[in-house]
Write a protein that binds this ligand. Sequence first.
Ligand code: ADP
Ligand code: MG
Length: 240
Amino acid sequence: MIKIEYLAKSFDKNEVLQNINLDIKKGEVISIIGPSGSGKSTLLRCVNLLEQPTEGKIFVNGDELTAPKANITKAREKIGMVFQHFHLFPHLTVLENITYAPIKVKQLSKQEAQAKGRELLKRVGLEEKENDYPNRLSGGQKQRVAIARALAMEPELMLFDEPTSALDPEMVKEVLDVMKDLAHSGMTMLVVTHEMGFAKEVADRVIFLDEGKLIETGDPKKFFERPETARAQDFLAKIL
Ligand code: ADP
Ligand code: MG
């Protein structure tokens, strides 16, 4: 479904990603891990073209996203993104946050968008919060709204950039549970996270990045228990 070929990204002389090759099948859940500054966020941002790759190609369902004439807006509609710091619209209610893009971009009627939004709020366990503003919610609740908002666009791929890193520990599980549920529903997901439990239990594959290079990829259990490269061993020794 997604093919990344020889992807590279530089900021001036800083080569942040080098020669990344990756094939992602429909329904696959991939956990991306690596030290701070290794290029994880940049990789996700290249996949939805929030960053323009310096070299290489990205294909989504056979269409080249990186082609000069590609319809980036259209392609991006199929890719949902969830950030560490939620990025909800503070001046909109929970339900308005979720219905905004479907109404504006997908041209759904307000009624349709609201019906769908309420369904999604139920799915993330927040149906009673639809009229609240984001500042009334806990971090875990905000992140669940952010996930519902991304899902409202009916994406084919979901990108998560450290979705639980800004949360108090007691709120991590409620967000991971929603993500697990989504994974089991067949969503294709690229997840930057150091949550080993999630990676082991839910991810089909782990990808380890270091200094902009894809160093190791493989089965999550094997990766965490018996990493092959010295770099992965060093990194795991620091975080586990
Ligand atoms: P990670 O998410 O693994 O911590 P990032 O992808 O955020 O890593 O960053 C990788 C490197 O790219 C870092 O050295 C960072 O400073 C640099 N970088 C990221 N975004 C930009 C940008 N917009 N401009 C310049 N340098 C950037
Ligand atoms: Mg990052």
